[in-house]
Design a binder for this molecule. Structure first.
Ligand SMILES: Cc1cc2nc3c(=O)[nH]c(=O)nc-3n(C[C@H](O)[C@H](O)[C@H](O)COP(=O)(O)O)c2cc1C
Length: 357
């Protein structure tokens, strides 16, 4: 197991980039300092906001870290469906005493401006979600000394990532918390996501670049399983949401282990793209008819989520969580990396002892 990516890391553990204020510089710094790879999330930020966070992180640690960009999105197929959804959400807006957001607030997430910043001020690692950048972009980043990754949720998407020239692929299983990084949101593909171990084994046989496994991983024993299935490293999101340095709302952190939340579901209710969250009132009521319209629905519901946070109402928040959420641990992030690394070592010893018998 050796690659430009894994050579950067004492432990094969990547902290997932988590947009929405979760993956803040102090979290990324704590993870990198403990021997994992800390990540910042540029999603929903301006290019300057991203740059300020990079500067903050560089003030906290000189160790490698990554930054994640969202790919620009195509035009929404059915704008009328967004109008209908806005109508259906009107009651929420009056309940929270706020207005709905403007669904046309932009679909490229400042991609070009962010890339320009990252080419002028290169960072060690850049990953992409929701698609694959043009080969020229990946080549320019490589020339700047940056290792590149992109998410895939199927073997075909992994092949596209390799063909474009990325250094590694993130194989994201259907268990994963937050948005599925599918290259295209296909409404007809609802419920057809691939489980992590099955996906990693298939991706391993499809591409020759390193594979990072993401989705539902909360313990070192699961890391051992993903590595045994062919991954070179793992990426954990939900496990880090619960850590002390995470910027997640306290209600979100607490909800992960609250018995009130019995399951997660993939939903378009909050953003218009399938994303896994704890099932709460908002998801239950609006998930069944939310349209495939990202990021229109994200912009539409942003003020509702903000108002729910202000009101201290977890039933109106997007409680992003992977299927392993019940195993979340209330620890400092650096300690979590150490515990995961120790569990991984123990699991590997147990496996090789078992093999020797
Ligand atoms: C709160 C939250 C926010 C996320 N935001 C992003 C993001 O901005 N970019 C990205 O590539 N992945 C994002 N993800 C997905 C993660 O990269 C990763 O695939 C996922 O967390 C793995 O599953 P797990 O949460 O079960 O560990 C997010 C996940 C969570 C839980």
């Amino acid at each position: 197991m050796s690659s430009a990516l894994t050579d950067l890391l004492p432990h094969p553990i990547v902290q997932a980039p988590m947009a929405g204020g979760v993956a803040v510089p102090r979290l990324a710094a704590a993870v990198s300092e403990a021997g994992g790879l800390g990540f910042l999330a540029a999603g929903y930020k301006t290019a300057d906001g991203m740059y300020q966070e990079i500067k903050q992180l560089r003030g906290l640690t000189g160790l490698p870290f990554g930054i994640n960009l969202f790919m620009p999105q195509p035009e929404t197929a059915d704008p009328a469906a967004v109008d209908v959804y806005a109508h259906q959400l009107a009651g929420e807006a009056s309940w929270y005493e706020t207005e709905l957001g403007d669904p046309d607030s932009g679909r490229d997430d400042g991609y070009d401006a962010k890339l320009a910043v990252l080419l002028d001020n290169p960072v060690p690692v850049v990953s992409f979600h929701f698609g694959v950048p043009a080969p020229e972009v990946l080549e320019a980043l490589r020339r700047a000394g940056t290792v590149t990754l992109a998410t895939a949720t199927t073997p075909a998407e992994a092949r596209a990532v390799e063909r474009a020239g990325a250094d590694a692929v993130i194989a994201q299983g259907v268990e994963a918390g937050g948005h599925q990084g599918t290259h295209r949101d296909a409404p007809e593909a609802d419920g057809s996501g691939i489980g992590l171990l099955s996906l990693v084994a298939q991706v391993r046989e499809t591409v020759s670049i390193p594979v990072v496994a993401a989705g539902g991983i909360m313990r070192g024993s699961q890391i051992a399983a993903a590595l045994a299935a062919g991954a070179d490293a793992v990426q954990l999101g939900t496990a880090f949401v619960a850590t002390h340095e995470s910027g997640a709302h306290e209600l979100h952190k607490r909800a992960l282990t609250d018995p009130l939340y019995v399951r997660t579901e993939l939903t378009r209710a909050f953003s218009g793209r399938p994303a896994r969250a704890l099932v709460n009132r908002f998801l239950r009521e609006h998930g069944p008819y939310a349209p495939a319209a990202y990021p229109d629905v994200h912009h539409l519901t942003a003020p509702l989520r903000k108002a729910a946070a202000k009101a201290g109402d977890p039933q109106g928040l997007a409680l992003w969580a992977g299927q392993g959420h019940r195993l979340a641990r209330d620890l400092p992030a650096g300690r979590l990396v150490e515990v995961l690394a120790a569990e991984l070592a123990a699991a590997r010893t147990a496996l090789s002892d078992g093999g020797a018998r």
